[in-house]
Every structure is written in structure tokens, then in C-alpha cells.
Design a protein around this ligand. Structure first.
Ligand code: NAD
Ligand code: UGA
Length: 463
């Protein structure tokens, strides 16, 4: 089957960049990205691509090239579904906040709504692709909805999880480690798999396109995120031991990373991992394991989250303890609020939890992040519902200038590893701060010996 029209439901961090790259690499395919969120779609259509809703290095250039040629952003979901041969579902799958599985299971209501809408609209055969991260066996539920509520047309369900990381989304999409496509082993299923393989083959080498059964594909995505997060919790666990024993976690990470069986990536100790997916996906995995009665499996993976929560709390506790056991009315400046560098995404960022702890201790938080607005920072804190919005607004202030943010601060906490922090005039910052001037480097980003030479009291993670 020659694919000429693709639709993607969900114009978020995955749908937007993924479809932009498909459109760029497949100029003969018309790609329409749809979303219910009118504001988001309007931003994707902004004539100035600097204003697209997601900040990812290089993405604006790709959007500028493809948009209006064969890449379209729209709120007309029905029309895009009707016209497309392949429909990607790339909507959010957050942790449930109510009912059975609250706080653990994935909330599949948006997925189900998409399936029902596709069933209602589709008048010819469609390939429906799970791009969102889903619990293993979700394809079964989608198929049941499509087959039982549809117009008698045939649907093939494929699982094609996305492995991009934010901040490097464009590079990850252009040069993926692998593309994973899971499908039904029937003849029709094989044809659907081949149709999607052909799309990716426009730029991804055949050896990197892996096809499996649907369940393996769905579970591989949860497994990949669990393994990645586990590495961070493992090195973070070691960071605490390093602090007690005089070992240096950076040296330990380097030493073990040179073992080719372990590998050097994803061994950076930190204030704790954030992002919209690691915690959500592991909780989902834990829930699935428990639902099959596999309690030992569930407990094993849950420990990754427990360790991460511990690491975030340990960081805020250490700030309070070091500042003579009180931060009440002290100005603590956060450099960075995003969950990692090169993104404007703040979902589950460690900064939110560290700030929340410190506000409980009556600290005054100043924030500078090159890509995150004050509105978003307050929104993140309000979402926790620890205190009312007014109390949060009285405790947190954000700045457009990092030097101003640091003025008269008792301490600076590095929460995101933005490159620009390395190159600041640290002498100037030191001169403007209260003394002793403390730096808590939650990313092991800065040059400790240099800062100590200036006069800072410098604390890193794991040394
Ligand atoms: P997101 O919240 O940024 O985007 C989801 C979009 O879907 C929103 O704009 C929302 O308005 C839209 N939407 C929801 N229901 C809709 C409906 N019925 N019709 C039309 N639009 C609808 O989420 P995201 O970060 O892009 O993540 C999407 C999925 O991809 C999740 O399952 C996530 O786990 C997975 N994933 C995310 C990343 C990442 O880096 N963010 C990476 C890999 C996989
Ligand atoms: C992660 C995975 O890396 C992607 O493969 C996956 O597609 C995605 O989740 C997803 O499913 O959403 P992402 O969360 O965007 O991507 O970013 P990562 O680079 O994985 O970083 C996650 C968090 O871990 C960040 O807070 C980062 O600072 C932290 N981290 C990462 C560390 O603390 N140490 C490390 O060594 C690496």
C-alpha cells in the first residue's frame, strides 16, 4: 500500500516533532497533526517558527521547511482522520488521578476517545498506530472499540512507540537507535507493518527497523524507560554512599562506565530524574505487574521511584541542614526549572519538589530558567496543591536575568544542567550574594575547585 496521507492525533512533545520529521523526510506524504487544544495548534501555525509551542533545538527549521508544503496543523480532527490511511495516536497517557489504579495506572481515557472517534469517522480501511506509551495489551482494547463501534471497515493496529528524549528530539528522530513496529502476524497485519516500515525507510536504515508482535512492542517501551530510570536511581543510590565514604560518584561512574557491558551513558548522578514519562511509565509497569499478582516484580521496579523521591528530598534536606538548619526568609536562587536542559518542559521536574520542600521551610525562592515562564513555575507548584496559589506566588519569584536572580541570595541551587550556567561570571555573582555564599549543584555541572577558590561553599552530588 502506498501511503500518501498520514494523520496524527495529539500535537504535543511527541506528535509535533515526530510528524515534523516524517513530513520533512517524506515530501510526498501529506502529514496532518490535529489536537483539541486550539491554542497549541495556533502556536504550531504561528508564522514565526520561534513561537511554536515546543522548544527543541533544530525543530523550528524543520517546521519552517515542511509546514504548508506537506505538514499541516489543525483542530479539524474528523477531517484528518477521514482522509488518512495511517492514523497515529499520540495523545497523553498520564497517571490516573482517580478511581481504581489511582496514582499508578495509566489513564487511557484520551486513548479510548481517539479510538471511538476514529471508529465513528472512518469510512475506509485504516492503519491505527499507537505512538503514545501504553500498558501492554492496550491494542486489544483499541481493536475491540474499533471493531464494535466502527462502520464495518477494517482496522489494523500497530504499536510504534517513540524513544526520543526531549532536548535532543530532532537528532533522535533523524538518527534513531531503532524504530520498533509491532503488529499482527496475519497477512493483513504484515501488510500494515510493511506500510509503516516503508514510511520510515525514507531515512532510517533497514537494519534499524525492528518488527515484533504487538505485545512485545508495547512492553519494550515500558521496559526501556524502566531500565533507563533504573540506571539513574542506581547511580544516585551510590552518590549517597560516596558522600559518606569519600568516594566521588563521577569517578565511580567513569570507572564502571568503561566496562563495555555496563556502558557509560545515563550514569550521571543528579538531584533526581524528572520528565513526564519515567515515573509515569514505571508506576504503570508496577501496576500491571501487581494486576497479574507479580508482587516481587512490582516491588523491584517501584524501588526505582522510591530511590528517586529519596534523592530529591535528600537534596532539599541538605540545603536546609547546611544553611544552619533554617531557610526561613532566606533567598534561595534556583538556576534552572526545566526537568533537563534544552527543553521548556517542566513536567515532574525535580525543581518543583525541591521548591515545595523549601517553601514548607518558609524559604523565598528566586528562579531563573532560560526557557520557563513564571506562569508555568507557579502552575507547577499550584498543581501539587500543597498550599494555595497566593501562598505560592508570595514564596516564588522568577527573573529574566540570572545575575539579578542571584543578588542577595543566601544560596544557589542548580536544578537544570543548562550550558549557559557554566559560563557565568561567578565572581560577580559571589560578590552580590550574602556570605557565606553557598552553591548546591544538583547536576554536578559547575567547576567546584574554581568556585571554592572564589570563596563559595560548594556542594555537589556524590562527593
Ligand atoms: P502532550 O501532553 O505534550 O501532548 C498530548 C496532546 O494530545 C495534547 O496537546 C492534548 O491536547 C492532545 N489530546 C488529548 N486527547 C486528545 C483527543 N482526544 N483528540 C485530540 N487531541 C488530544 O504529551 P506528549 O509528551 O507528547 O506524550 C504523548 C505520549 O507519548 C504519551 O503517552 C507519552 O508517554 C509518550 N512519549 C512521550 C515522550 C516525551 O518525550 N514527551 C517520549 C516518548 C513517548
Ligand atoms: C526519556 C527517555 O530517555 C526516552 O528514550 C523516552 O522516549 C522518553 O523518556 C519518554 O518516554 O518520554 P526524557 O524524559 O525526555 O526521555 O529525557 P532523559 O534524557 O531520559 O532524562 C530524563 C531525566 O533523567 C531528566 O530529568 C534528566 O536530567 C535525568 N537524567 C538523565 C539524570 O539524572 N542522569 C542521567 O544520567 C540521565
Amino acid at each position: 500500500m502506498k501511503i500518501t496521507k498520514i494523520c496524527c492525533i495529539g500535537a504535543g512533545y511527541v506528535g509535533g516533532p515526530t510528524m515534523a520529521v516524517i513530513a520533512q523526510k517524506c515530501p510526498e506524504i501529506q502529514v496532518t497533526v490535529v489536537d483539541l487544544n486550539e491554542e497549541r495548534i495556533a502556536a504550531w501555525n504561528d508564522t514565526d517558527t520561534a513561537n511554536i509551542p515546543i522548544y527543541e533545538p533544530g525543530l523550528d527549521v524543520i517546521v519552517a521547511e515542511a509546514r504548508g508544503r506537506n505538514l499541516f496543523f489543525s483542530t479539524n480532527v474528523d477531517k484528518a482522520i477521514d482522509e488518512a490511511q495511517i492514523i497515529f495516536i499520540s495523545v497523553n497517557t498520564p497517571t490516573k488521578t482517580y478511581g481504581k489504579g489511582k496514582g499508578m495506572a495509566a489513564d487511557l481515557k484520551y486513548i479510548e476517545l481517539c479510538a471511538r472517534q476514529i471508529a465513528r469517522v472512518a469510512k475506509d480501511n485504516k492503519i491505527v498506530v499507537e505512538k503514545s506509551t501504553l500498558p501492554v495489551r492496550t491494542a486489544e482494547a483499541i481493536k475491540s472499540i474499533l471493531d464494535n463501534t466502527g462502520n464495518g471497515v477494517q482496522f489494523q493496529i500497530l504499536s510504534n512507540p517513540e524513544f526520543l528524549a526531549e532536548g535532543t528530539a530532532v537528532t533522535d528522530l533523524l538518527h534513531p537507535d531503532r524504530i520498533l513496529i509491532g503488529g499482527d502476524p496475519s497477512e493483513e497485519g504484515k501488510k500494515a507493518i510493511q506500510a509503516l516500515v516503508d514510511v520510515y525507510s525514507n531515512w532510517v536504515p533497514a537494519a534499524k527497523i525492528l518488527t515484533t508482535n504487538v505485545w512485545s512492542s508495547e512492553l519494550s517501551k515500558l521496559t526501556a524507560n524502566a531500565f533507563l530510570a533504573q540506571r539513574i536511581s542506581s547511580i544516585n543510590a551510590m552518590s549517597e554512599l560516596c558522600e559518606k565514604t569519600g568516594a566521588d560518584v563521577n569517578e565511580v561512574a567513569k570507572a564502571i562506565g568503561m566496562d563495555s557491558r555496563i556502558g557509560s551513558k545515563f550514569l550521571k548522578a543528579s538531584v533526581g530524574f524528572g520528565g513526564s514519562c519515567f515515573q509515569k511509565d514505571i508506576l504503570n509497569l508496577v501496576y500491571i505487574a501487581k494486576s497479574y499478582g507479580l508482587n516481587a516484580v512490582a516491588d523491584y521496579w517501584e524501588q526505582v521511584i522510591i530511590m528517586n523521591d529519596h534523592q530529591k528530598r535528600r537534596f532539599s534536606n541538605s540545603i536546609v541542614q547546611t544553611l544552619y538548619n533554617t531557610v526561613s526568609d532566606k533567598k534561595i536562587t534556583f538556576l534552572g526549572w526545566a526537568f533537563k536542559k534544552d527543553t521548556n518542559d517542566t513536567r515532574e521536574s525535580a525543581a518543583i519538589y525541591v521548591a515545595d520542600d523549601l517553601i514548607n521551610e518558609h524559604a523565598k525562592i528566586a528562579v531563573y530558567d532560560p526557557k520557563v515562564s513564571n506562569k508555568k513555575i507557579l502552575g507547577d507548584l499550584n498543581y501539587l496543591e500543597t498550599r494555595n496559589a497566593e501562598a505560592n506566588a508570595n514564596s516564588v519569584r522568577s527573573f529574566l536575568d540570572p545575575y539579578e536572580a542571584c543578588q542577595q541570595a543566601h544560596a544557589i541551587a542548580i536544578l537544570t544542567e543548562w550550558d549557559e550556567f557554566i559560563h557565568y561570571d561567578w565572581q560577580k555573582i559571589y560578590d552580590s550574594m550574602q556570605k557565606p555564599a553557598f552553591i548546591f549543584d544538583g547536576r554536578n555541572l559547575l567547576n567546584g575547585p574554581e568556585l571554592k577558590a572564589i570563596g563559595f561553599v560548594y556542594q555537589a552530588i556524590g562527593s
